[in-house]
Design a binder for this molecule. Structure first.
Ligand code: 13P
Ligand code: SF4
Length: 364
């Protein structure tokens, strides 16, 4: 990966209208050689240029459905572009607009060395074939590859229940990473009591410091979290109910267990969009997820009240680093025959990460 230089005035001094027009022109010239994928947390100025808007699961699927495109430009964060590279054949090139700064802090909370240590410690207690590893999509290709190599898989917030069910049917213990909240919320929904889900702190070398209750635990949850969704609190739920009588609270499962339990419903990004869009006029919603999505839902549903669950803006700052100047710069680099910011996973890692991702796509 090469570090990206600051953009020059041709990009930074352009007006929003100029940027839109120039992006549209390059796109038209590139035609079907290019597919642009945009995540729901991206700002409107970016998503208006996306061929597909979706959550991480939907975008991973779309990446596999355009063999004619030489280039897939990902408007999202690093782990999403890596997954697109893993899922697409050699002749397709995946580009991320700002690879050095558009990462996911939650994905960075699990690295492969930490996982190797945890695996060694846990299988030493319970036996070599005792665990199935499940990683959330928000993780590096190396973590996904580990799961593929050890008979595990990947999940997203929209298929986590299906994946959990598959793992439980094998009558093994689960190690779930890196989001403790998604792991706990879905595990609880699947009937696993809280005291059978223990927390693994990857920053502590285990030895004598194993989590209490690990011997009887069904699930080992990695101690990772999303700081954006972590900003929603149970008090926010009480406050919004008081402020907006009749409001329905809906939370993403990356929110804490307490927030999810107090909400009226919870679900993936796509679930939230569907629930709000299909509700009758006059419905009132308080949404526990990233602010760009909440604002988009509010403007697409003018006949409903749609507010953030929190009074403070819960913004994913790494998603926000993707902007129209970088999109234009990236598209121009393709047109000039020198594409920049290519995301390429090495062949060995890609092979095993693909095993894990294919299993997920097969299950979902
Ligand atoms: P989705 O799986 O809903 O796209 O979520 C990705 C993400 O980063 C949520 O914080
Ligand atoms: Fe990562 Fe949270 Fe941002 Fe999603 S919202 S990309 S989990 S930091």
């Amino acid at each position: 990966m090469t570090l990206q230089a600051e953009l020059d005035a041709r990009y930074t001094a352009a007006t929003p209208e100029e940027l839109d027009a120039r992006i549209a022109e390059v796109r038209a010239r590139l035609g079907s050689r290019l597919v642009i994928l945009g995540h729901h947390y991206q700002c409107d100025e970016v998503v208006r240029h996306a061929d597909y808007l979706g959550d991480s699961f939907k975008l991973a699927r779309q990446a596999t459905r355009h063999p004619e495109a030489e280039y897939i430009v990902f408007c999202g964060v690093h782990f999403m572009a890596e997954s697109a590279d893993v899922l697409t054949p050699e002749h397709q090139t995946v580009l991320l607009l700002r690879p050095s700064s558009a990462g996911c802090p939650m994905a960075d909370m699990a690295n492969i060395d930490q996982l190797e240590i945890a695996w060694e410690e846990l299988t030493a207690i319970h036996g070599p074939d005792s665990y199935v590893p499940i990683t959330y999509m928000n993780s590096s290709a190396a973590i996904k590859a580990f799961c593929g190599r050890h008979g595990g898989t990947v999940c997203t917030s929209s298929n986590a229940r299906t994946v959990y069910r598959w793992a439980l049917e094998q009558e093994k213990r689960i190690i779930f990473l890196p989001d403790q909240h998604l792991g706990r919320n879905v595990g609880f929904e699947m009937g696993i009591p809280l005291d059978q889900m223990v927390l693994w702190n990857p920053l502590v070398i285990a030895d004598d410091n194993l989590p209490r209750g690990v011997a009887d635990a069904k699930v080992v949850l990695w101690q990772g979290h999303c700081s954006v969704h972590g900003r929603f609190t149970p008090e926010h739920v009480d406050q919004v109910r008081e402020r907006i009588p009749g409001v329905r609270v809906i939370a993403h499962p990356e929110c804490s267990f307490e927030v999810v339990q107090k909400s009226d419903e919870h679900g993936s990004t796509e679930h939230i969009i569907k629930a709000v869009s299909e509700s009758p006029a006059g419905s009132k919603w308080a949404i526990g997820t990233e602010i760009h999505l909440v604002h988009r839902l509010a403007s697409e549903n003018p006949d409903k009240t749609v507010v953030s669950l929190s009074g403070i803006a819960c913004l994913c700052s790494t998603m926000y680093r993707i902007d129209p100047p970088h999109l234009l710069w990236c598209l121009e680099s393709i047109e000039a025959g020198a594409p920049r910011n290519i995301i390429k996973v090495d062949a060995e890692t890609a092979h095993w990460a693909r095993v894990a991702l294919d299993k997920m796509l097969e299950l979902a």
